[in-house]
Ligand binder design. Structure first.
Ligand code: NAP
Length: 298
């Protein structure tokens, strides 16, 4: 199988390194010629160019540019694809992408590897990025089964855990565990900055230690990431943020009512719930987890 990759950055480059190590022939396209050269030098691709014609022989193509660049890359890519080529993407949101691409290319299947680092670009690409990480596919009722099967085989080659769900369920789940935390964490930093007494603010900065380091990490990162989440996952993010605000309002009421017993009970519940989200390699129960090659989960 010849695999094509558009966008040779952290995710695209890491896919190339991994798939080449598994014997796939990998061809790449990126915006800059220098990136194509680096990708070849690093062994992430067998060949790469800024011209999409290089992907004319590809059997399966991964779209790996930033989400905002997907429409433009698609316009350039589609005229070169052979009719049977399978198209997939790696974008961190799914509903808006699937709705945009599926009508243009019926052999498209949305995907999202839940793996990454704080670094970007081809230099950040590395082997093993996807190993033991969840990889979500979001087929719809019209996705051809052979596209699901081909992606299932690739995800197994990457060493990832395959999940399938609808694009909407993906976006709601990712809003809850990834996008809301970024907004909450950023609001936490802004809340500290809003302290009107400069002396107290200075003390807070001096006292902040590992707890604040943990809780502020995702809110103090890449501003483009926060914008991407808001812009492309607005509905699910808004729903989850409103639920979070309601939860805070409830906690404030309990605080004002000095309802210490219920507050303690609440923290007992959250302490018991947390391991299900953060325990290593703990995929949730079926039907969302489809570990085997038959994992269609439509
Ligand atoms: P990245 O490291 O910045 O890589 C994106 C690459 O795309 C860049 O290296 C750039 O290469 C290329 N590119 C930019 N605009 C392009 C265009 N118009 N046409 C062709 N190539 C273009 O970003 P990334 O972290 O790999 O993210 C890529 C995708 O993966 C995003 O859709 C994101 O949602 C998804 N994703 C990211 C993570 C994560 O943690 N980073 C995790 C899961 C999924 P040039 O040097 O050629 O400009």
């Amino acid at each position: 199988m010849i695999v094509g990759i558009v966008g040779l950055g952290l995710i695209g480059g890491s896919l190339g390194l991994e798939l080449r190590s598994q014997g796939y022939r990998v061809l790449g396209v990126s915006r800059k010629a220098a990136t194509c050269e680096r990708a070849m030098a690093r062994g992430a691709v067998d060949g790469a160019a800024v011209d999409y014609g290089i992907l004319a022989s590809a059997d399966l193509v991964f779209l790996c540019p930033p989400i905002g660049a997907i429409p433009a890359t698609l316009t350039q890519l589609l005229p070169h694809l052979q009719p049977q080529a399978i198209l997939t993407d790696v974008g961190s949101v799914k509903a808006s992408i699937v709705e945009a691409i599926a009508p243009l290319w019926p052999r498209f299947i949305g995907g999202h590897p839940m793996a990454g680092t704080a670094d970007q670009g081809i230099e950040a690409a590395h082997l093993g990025l996807f190993r033991d990480a969840p990889y979500i596919l979001t087929p719809t009722a019209t996705t051809p089964p052979d596209c699901v099967a081909a992606m299932t085989a690739i995800i197994q080659a990457l060493g990832s855990h395959l999940y399938t769900c609808s694009p909407a369920d993906h976006d709601q789940a990712v809003a809850a565990i990834s996008h809301v935390p970024v907004f909450v964490s950023a609001a936490l930093i802004a809340n500290c900055e809003q302290e009107p007494d400069p002396q107290v603010r200075k003390l807070a900065q001096a006292f902040a230690s590992s707890g604040f380091r943990d809780t502020s990490r995702v809110g103090g990162g890449n501003p483009e990431l926060g914008r991407m989440m808001a812009q492309y996952n607005a509905t699910a993010l808004g729903r989850s943020l409103r639920a979070y605000r309601d939860r805070l309002d409830h906690l404030i009421t309990q605080l004002e009512q000095q309802d210490w017993d219920h507050l303690e009970a609440f923290f007992t519940t959250t302490a018991a719930a947390r391991p299900a989200y953060v325990a290593p390699h703990s995929p949730p129960s079926p039907p969302t987890h489809q570990p085997g090659p038959a994992g269609g989960g439509l």
